[in-house]
Design a binder for this molecule. Structure first.
Ligand SMILES: [Ca+2]
Ligand SMILES: [Ca+2]
Ligand SMILES: [Ca+2]
Ligand SMILES: [Ca+2]
Length: 346
């Protein structure tokens, strides 16, 4: 009897060991597959830095950074590859070697959960992205390693978004960035809860739009817009616009109820895929698509007529849809003039 139970114990032990090995293998396959990487980045609403994984065209189009998007489209469908550090070191051309090593360090750091390896990355942007990718594990410790003021703030924002906790946005110094961060967190919460009312309550129109878009999509897209109550029109508009762009179907553009959306849609179909999301019809440095999402006029560089271009207002943290952002009876152009004079004096 004793021998039998000893044998049983041994079998259970071997089965457990095999199960653990299988589990580790599947995790590694999952990580190397790149999906983890892309999803982690997307999850934070951030541009993936490495996009040569087997991404879908839809995924590629969600990447904001122009070069990364083009790269993604070109490489779409190809198997991912991250050469080993040794292979990278064999490359004679300096830039190519550095890029290869950076990519390899980045992936190896993530796969081995080794944040210190990020320090080996040559290019600052990729190095910062590497640190930021450790937010889920290390929280703001990862942000502290990021170099430069803006990337640090972006990292804090990602930390807040990852934890779906808007109070963490207060780590950011700039008031405008705090508001962006809060809107970003709320947009993720709205998406997670599939709560359209929550989306509607977001002040920052860009994030409000993003929240709506994602929830409509998750609720079943165009076919289910009739279940979205008072948001039905918006659902139809966003889903149809999206469908027209991706199927490059002019007829769907023409069905759009909103004049700006219709015009931008037709315009986009005249452009190659790689340019259509960046195209800026009125040259105010905001793309047509961004203007739609902020409900600005894509064909008028100064939507609110206060003599300041839409793009300039965004960069100066003024409201491009109001000629007096804070309602203190001092017009935005005067506010900017005063700021400039102050800078000249100091
Ligand atoms: Ca524009
Ligand atoms: Ca404009
Ligand atoms: Ca303006
Ligand atoms: Ca304004």
């Amino acid at each position: 009897m004793g021998k039998k139970s000893k044998n049983n114990k041994r079998i259970v032990y071997y089965i457990s060991v095999i199960a653990v090995i299988l589990l580790i293998c599947s995790v590694l396959i999952f990580l190397f597959n790149g999906e983890y990487y892309d999803k982690v980045n997307l999850q934070y609403g951030k541009n993936p830095t490495v996009v040569n994984f087997s991404a879908t065209p839809e995924f590629c189009q969600t990447i904001k950074d122009y070069d990364a998007r083009v790269d993604c489209i070109h490489k779409n469908g190809l198997r991912p590859y991250a050469k080993s550090l040794e292979d990278c070191r064999q490359i004679t051309e300096f830039l190519e070697r550095t890029a290869c090593l950076d990519r390899s360090f980045h992936i190896t750091a993530l796969v081995n959960s080794n944040i210190s390896m990020c320090a080996e990355i040559f290019e600052q942007r990729i190095r910062n992205n590497c640190y930021t990718d450790f937010v889920p594990l290390y929280g703001i410790y990862a942000c502290k390693l990021v170099e430069g003021h803006t990337p640090e703030e972006i990292c804090y924002r990602e930390n807040a978004v990852y934890r779906l906790n808007e109070t963490l946005c207060q780590l950011i110094i700039d008031q405008f960035e705090i508001e962006e961060c809060v809107a970003n967190v709320r947009s993720f919460i709205g998406t997670k809860k599939l709560d359209l009312e929550q989306c509607a309550a977001i002040d920052t129109l860009e994030y409000q739009n993003l929240c709506f878009y994602k929830v409509f999509h998750l609720l079943g897209g165009l076919d289910n817009c009739n279940n979205t109550g008072r948001f039905e029109d918006r659902c139809v508009l966003l889903m149809k616009f999206n469908m027209a762009i991706f199927s490059r179907d002019e007829n769907i553009c023409l069905e759009l109820d909103d004049e700006d959306y219709r015009q931008v849609c037709l315009r986009m179909l005249e452009l190659p895929m790689s340019r259509m999301f960046l195209f800026d019809s009125d040259n105010d440095t905001l793309s047509d698509v961004d203007e739609l999402s902020m409900r600005l006029n894509p064909f008028n560089p100064d939507s609110d007529g206060d003599n300041l271009m839409d793009g300039l207002e965004i960069r100066q943290h003024l409201n491009p849809a109001k000629n007096d952002t804070d309602g203190d009876d001092i017009m935005d152009d005067e506010v900017l003039k005063q700021r400039m004079e102050k800078l000249n004096i100091e």
